[in-house]
Design a protein around this ligand. Structure first.
Ligand code: NAP
Ligand code: MG
Length: 493
């Protein structure tokens, strides 16, 4: 966090900063967005539109087309035709060039994309500017590089593309999730129909404009907006060959049931309830900062957020007191302010869900602590919250809240904390904070989760595979592993 020259301390030792609002003069948001099908923006056959709002002030940003059954069919047929006639026949190095071009255009428009991401979703500009948008470009760059080297991805095995991929994404990392899905699908020769989340469609539609500008052949990427019903129609469309879904475990289970018995391939990236473990030999301040980052930044709207904290008993009082102090000094407010740590909750529905869990935690006997923030009158907001005096059986320890809510327990031995960390239906991620390499190896080996960070958290790279165990999903995205959900293995050479 930059301390600008006007920063001053008030009597309660909280630093006050002058506003540092990102300018919105240079961004363009149309009042109405149509569906991107076959290389053109077309009106929905349903003739229906819904609003996307800014969750920080509840103001309407744009009207968005609602795709129905005939629109979904149209998009899938466009993708099918582009696959059969153009994309799967194109030289793989040529395909790579288009993907590089999309990556470069994302970089060129990164400021505009970051601002729109923050306006539409409520996340602090620091996050969309420094994390979401650069990583989205990095994913396109990374997979562009593999497009003409697919024969080397799986040594000794020959692969072919699958066909049309139906891709459905959530609202927490809208452009980044679109990149995670589209880039490997295109690189391995497939065409795409993507449906972004209802509350955050804008950057996916901006990506459609970028794709149009890149001259990607029409129909290779189609972006259709809508709600859960649109997603369901895409899943059940018989001309789709593969479904890639990122979202809640609840919807993931519905999808898996509807795909049972069909020949469609699928990959699912679902919910999480990550355990962060602080051992008594950890660097205390580094661990506290890591915990704050892992659960409170981006309002806890992160599938791999460290929502459960296990602290070794001898240091628990010290850690909890430092966490409370740090929570009180986070800056909550306008997502477009560069000083903001905590932005708006993504939607009213999500805020209600979080509040339900806060009540539940208190009713189950947990002791709640909320930071002392004044909450803006308009918009959806939740102050950083922690619970102590809870146990494994509490629902706030077992269930994904997807908000800035931390459940803290203590432990005495490493075996005990490993058992507790594994005691949820999820297995997406985890973290360990210790000075001892041997503990890192033991804990990361024995926790059943797709990624374990050591003395850091929420670090991503396109070369690293990401995905879950248990109810956190099936398949991996990112890295070489992220290509396998988009290919058929033909034979061994
Ligand atoms: P969600 O409710 O499951 O929705 C995800 C997407 O699916 C949205 O586009 C949604 O449309 C659509 N959808 C809803 N019902 C559907 C149905 N029956 N069939 C097909 N599609 C349907 O999840 P969310 O609330 O947007 O996102 C939060 C969840 O995503 C959390 O559980 C989080 O852990 C998970 N997540 C996981 C990862 C990962 O990599 N593992 C990454 C990010 C997020 P609408 O928006 O219109 O409802
Ligand atoms: Mg919105």
């Amino acid at each position: 966090m930059s301390k600008n020259s006007k920063a001053k301390k008030n009597s309660s030792t909280t630093w006050q900063y002058s506003n540092a609002l990102e300018s919105v003069d240079h961004i363009s948001i149309s009042p109405i967005y149509n569906l991107y099908i076959g290389g053109k923006f077309v009106k929905p056959l349903t003739k229906k539109y819904f609003n996307s709002i800014n969750p920080a002030n509840e103001k309407k940003l744009a009207e968005i087309a609602l795709a129905g059954k005939s629109d979904v069919n149209k998009a899938v047929l466009a993708a099918r035709s582009a696959y059969d006639n153009v994309w799967c026949r194109m030289d793989s190095a040529e395909r790579g060039k288009y993907i590089y071009r999309i990556a470069r255009l994302i970089q060129e428009k990164s400021r505009e994309l970051a601002i729109i991401e923050s306006l539409d979703g409520g996340k602090p500009i620091r996050e969309s500017r420094d994390i979401d948008i650069p990583l989205a470009a990095a994913h396109f760059f990374y997979y562009a590089g593999w497009a003409d080297k697919l024969d080397y991805v799986f040594p000794g095995r020959k692969t072919s593309s699958i066909g049309v991929a139906g891709q459905i994404i959530p609202w927490n990392f809208p452009l980044l999730m679109a990149a995670w899905k589209i880039a490997p699908a295109l690189a391995s020769g497939n065409t795409v129909v993507l449906k972004p989340a209802e509350s955050t469609p804008l950057t996916a539609l901006k990506l459609a404009e970028i794709i149009q500008e890149s001259d990607l052949p029409p129909g290779v990427v189609n972006i259709i907006t809508g709600d859960g019903t649109t997603g369901e129609l895409l899943v059940n469309n018989t001309k789709v060959d593969k479904i890639a879904f990122t979202g809640s475990t609840e919807v993931g289970k519905i999808i898996i049931k509807s795909l049972a018995g069909s020949k469609k391939k699928y990959s699912l990236e679902l919910g999480g309830k990550a355990a962060n473990i602080i051992c008594e030999d950890a660097s205390i301040d580094q661990a506290v900062e890591g915990i704050i980052n892992s659960i409170f930044f981006n309002q806890g709207h992160v599938c791999c957020a460290g929502s459960r904290l296990y602290v070794q008993e001898s240091i628990s009082n010290q850690i909890i007191s430092k966490l409370k102090n740090r929570m009180d000094h986070l800056i909550l407010g306008d997502p477009l302010d560069k000083n903001t740590d905590i932005g708006a909750i993504n939607s009213n529905a999500q805020l209600k869900k979080i509040k339900m869990y806060l009540d539940l935690g208190k009713n189950e006997g947990g002791i709640i602590y909320q930071s002392k923030h004044s909450i803006p009158k308009k918009g959806y907001w939740c102050a950083p919250t922690l619970f102590t005096d809870i146990s494994q059986s509490h629902r706030i320890v077992q269930e994904e809240i997807f908000g800035p809510v931390l459940a803290i327990q203590t432990f005495r031995t490493i075996d005990e904390v490993i058992a507790k960390a594994n005691n949820t239906p999820y297995g997406l991620s985890g973290g360990v904070w210790t000075d001892k390499g041997s503990k890192i190896f033991q804990i990361s080996k024995e926790i059943r989760a797709g990624v374990i960070w050591a003395n850091t958290f929420n670090i991503f790279d396109p070369t690293s595979p990401f995905g879950g165990y248990k109810e956190s999903g099936i398949g991996r995205e990112g890295g070489l592993e992220g290509i396998s959900p988009y290919v058929n293995f033909i034979n061994r050479t």
